[in-house]
Write a protein that binds this ligand. Sequence first.
Ligand SMILES: C[S@@+](CC[C@H](N)C(=O)[O-])C[C@H]1O[C@@H](n2cnc3c(N)ncnc32)[C@H](O)[C@@H]1O
Length: 315
Amino acid sequence: MASSGAAGPAAAPAWWRLEMAAPAELEESLLWKLQSLGILRVAVRHRPETPADRQLLAWLPAIDWPEPQRRALVRALDPLGEPFGLALPAVAWHHQPEEDWSLSWKRHWQADPVGERLLILPAWLGLPEEHAGRLVVRMDPGSAFGTGSHPTTRLCLEGLEALAAVRGGSLTGLRVADLGCGSGVLSLAALQWGAASVAASDTDPLAVRATSGNARLNGTSLQVALGSAEALELLLEGRPADLLLCNILAPVIEALCPAFERLLAVDGIGLLSGLLVEQAPALAQALATAGWRAQLSERQEPWGLMTIRRAADVA
Ligand SMILES: C[S@@+](CC[C@H](N)C(=O)[O-])C[C@H]1O[C@@H](n2cnc3c(N)ncnc32)[C@H](O)[C@@H]1O
C-alpha cells in the first residue's frame, strides 16, 4: 500500500482519498464492494479522449479509517480480481484536509451526455447550455451504485435510445420492469423516453432507497421493491412488462432467466447487460433453454448488451 503526506496526531488528516486504476472488468465489483462497506463517497475519473483509462477515487473519514482498517480494506478488495485472473491494481492513499474534501468529490462528477439525446446530471449542477435539448436524468451520485458512467449501464442507456428510435423516437406506452435497479438510472431514463410506467426491484436496501430518492429528485414516480424477480412480479400484478431491463452479472442473469417468462410479455423485449462478450455464447444457450432468443446487439469491450425476445416470437 502506498501513502503520501505527513501522519501523526497533530497533522491528522480529516479524510483519506484512495486512488487506484479501475480496469473495466473490476470497476463494478470495486464500486460495489466499497458501497457494501459503507464507503459512499466514490467517483470514477476518466477523460473523454481516453475512456478506457479510468481511475477509482474514494473518500474515507480519517477518524474511522486508521492504518489497520485501511490495510484491511485493501485486503477485502484483493480477491475481486480473481474471477478475471487479474491482480488488484496498486492502491495509493492521500491526505485531504477537511475544508476541501466535498468539493473535490463533487468536482469529479460532471454532466455526462449519453448517446444522442440523454444527459445524466449530478443533483447539484445546473443544466449546461450546450446540453439544453437533451432528456435529463438527475442523479445523486453519492447515494448508490449506477451513475451512468459504467460501460454496462451505458450499453443499456444506449439500448433504450436505439429502441426509442425504432419506435418513432420514444418509448411511449411501454410498461417497463427494471431488475437490479441500483440507483434507478435505467428506470429514470426509460421514463424520460416516455415509458408509461416502471416497476423496479433490487436485493440491496441501499439501492431501493437510492432509486426512490432519485425518482423524487426527478419529480417522477415509479414502483420499487426490495427483492429479486419475485418482488418485481408482485409489483407487475400479473401483467408482464413490455420491456425488461437487467444489468447484473452473467451468472446471476442465467440464474434469473427462468423467471423472465413471468416478467416479460409474449411480444416483449429484454435488454440485458453486465455480461462479458466472451460469456455471451453460454448465456445465449441458457436463455434459449428458458425459451428466449438472444442476440449480442452491442458491445463496449469487454462488456456486451444482449437483446432477448421470446423464441416463438422471432422464429
Ligand atoms: C450492476 S448493478 C446495475 C445497476 C443499474 N441497473 C445500472 O444499470 O447501472 C446490479 C444491481 O443488481 C442488484 N442485484 C444483484 N443480484 C440481484 C438479484 N438476484 N436480483 C435483483 N437485483 C440484484 C445489485 O444489488 C445491483 O444494484
